[in-house]
Design a protein around this ligand. Structure first.
Ligand SMILES: Cc1cc2nc3c(=O)[nH]c(=O)nc-3n(C[C@H](O)[C@H](O)[C@H](O)COP(=O)(O)OP(=O)(O)OC[C@H]3O[C@@H](n4cnc5c(N)ncnc54)[C@H](O)[C@@H]3O)c2cc1C
Length: 386
């Protein structure tokens, strides 16, 4: 058993740490205030090669897999959750292509994302269907060498800057999970447009918006995998990214902890640094313990994906990592804000932003309740046995 990153992973960690400290951290508050997507940070990620971290070498990425992407995301999330999401999106919108695409589809889209020539997004959620994704209503009907798509998606991260979308539809509307088909939809597809922004409390640097399909004509060549069998592909896409969402939570918790420790070593009350009050020291110790535990689970889950285990049997581990890390991020933000007293509550300091940014992590990519459902179903089925 080896708990160390290899040399290549350590080099990536150093690079991501440097980029995060020098380029991302100084921009984090401003992104949050303006809600404007940071093209300058995207350019830094492109120039440093970080966009290609999770894309295989044969498609112009650096081939460091989901473990590599998690490493980069963890470092960036220490300072800015929006920027961590920008990196995560390089796989959220491409895992389904990697797992189910034709060679031609892979050659067209994966190198483009790895090099920053194109941006991708993933579109499953609709106004009437989030957790219960079997209920999506966007339809795709074959018409010669095209499919005609109709429906609305919402809460699509990065929608306003994406060049293409991996979109879940129904080709058999009444067949539940057995009627899914997945398409690559390019932004200039006739009948397709990005709708209004979803206003939100945090992660403001990456806008989230609706997608509207009104008789959108998508080439049949853009079908991903097999018609009607897209549900498995959607689940594989989600599964492979849950460890990376966990890394966002982990990095957020570490960012909170680092800031609060520094603060607690400087602030004095009743003649002591506040970290020397046991209540404060223990509160920080509790988060430190959980950070260490969650890091192990996060990278275990990430390495399972890289070993090709991203199906149903491995799913409970992704759920555990995702739920624990995202709940830890919220606990860390809550407790570290408390450590800082009124300064924690002030928008002049970063803790208030961490607090708002952390909140979405227990909702996206499957809520904490849905993660528990996956884990408990695995206990019932025996996929997870003790
Ligand atoms: C900032 C942000 C970014 C997002 N980005 C994307 C994206 O890029 N692409 C995309 O497709 N989607 C995205 N989403 C959507 C997200 O994945 C959904 O919001 C999420 O899956 C939950 O769906 P819902 O909001 O419809 O809640 P619902 O499914 O309506 O759930 C409401 C509540 O009921 C609970 N619940 C539901 N079913 C059960 C059950 N069986 N047992 C117990 N409790 C249950 C849920 O846990 C939740 O607490 C994003 C959302 C946010 C907030």
């Amino acid at each position: 058993m080896n708990f160390e990153f290899n040399d290549e992973q350590k080099a990536l960690q150093q690079l991501a740490r440097r980029v995060a400290k020098e380029k991302v951290a100084p921009r984090a508050a401003e992104l949050d205030e303006t809600g404007i997507y940071p093209e300058d940070i995207f350019a830094v990620f492109r120039e440093t090669g970080l966009l290609g971290t999770g894309i295989p070498v044969e498609y112009e990425g650096s081939g460091l897999g989901i473990v590599g992407l998690a490493i980069a995301v963890e470092e960036v999330a220490k300072y800015c959750n929006s920027c961590a999401l920008m990196l995560l999106l390089t796989r959220l919108g491409t895992s389904a292509i990697l797992y189910g695409g034709t060679e031609e589809q892979k050659r067209k889209y994966l190198p483009a994302v790895a090099t920053g020539a194109m941006r991708s997004a993933f579109a499953l959620t609709e106004p009437g269907a989030g957790s219960d994704s079997g209920q999506i209503r966007t339809t795709a009907v074959r018409d010669g060498d095209h499919y005609i798509l109709n429906g609305t998606k919402q809460w699509i991260s990065g929608a306003t800057v994406a060049d293409f979308f991996v979109v879940a539809t129904k080709t058999r509307p009444d067949a539940g999970n057995k009627g899914f088909s997945v398409f690559i939809v390019e932004k200039d597809t006739p009948g397709f447009r990005v709708g209004s922004h979803n206003k939100k409390m945090g992660v403001k640097g990456v806008p989230t918006a609706e997608l509207i399909f009104e008789n959108a004509r998508v080439p049949a060549a853009n079908l991903l995998g097999t018609e009607h069998e897209g549900f498995k592909l959607i689940m594989a896409n989600l599964n492979s990214l849950r460890p990376v969402v966990a890394a966002r939570g982990l990095g957020t918790a570490e960012g909170c902890l680092a800031y609060a420790i520094q603060y607690a070593k400087e602030r004095e009350t009743f003649g002591k640094k506040i970290i020397q009050h046991q209540a404060i020291g223990f509160s920080l110790a509790e988060i430190a313990m959980q950070v260490e535990a969650v890091r192990l689970l996060t990278y275990k889950a990430a390495s399972m994906v890289d070993a090709g285990q991203y199906g149903k049997k491995a799913a409970p581990y992704f759920s555990m990592a995702k739920a624990l890390a995202s709940e830890l991020a919220n606990k860390a933000a809550y407790d570290c804000l408390q450590v800082m007293g009124s300064y924690g509550y002030s928008s002049e300091y970063p803790m208030e932003r961490y607090y708002r940014d952390a909140r979405q992590l227990t909702i996206v990519e499957g809520t904490s309740q849905i993660q528990r459902l996956i884990i408990s179903n695995a206990l019932i089925d025996g996929d997870l046995a003790y």
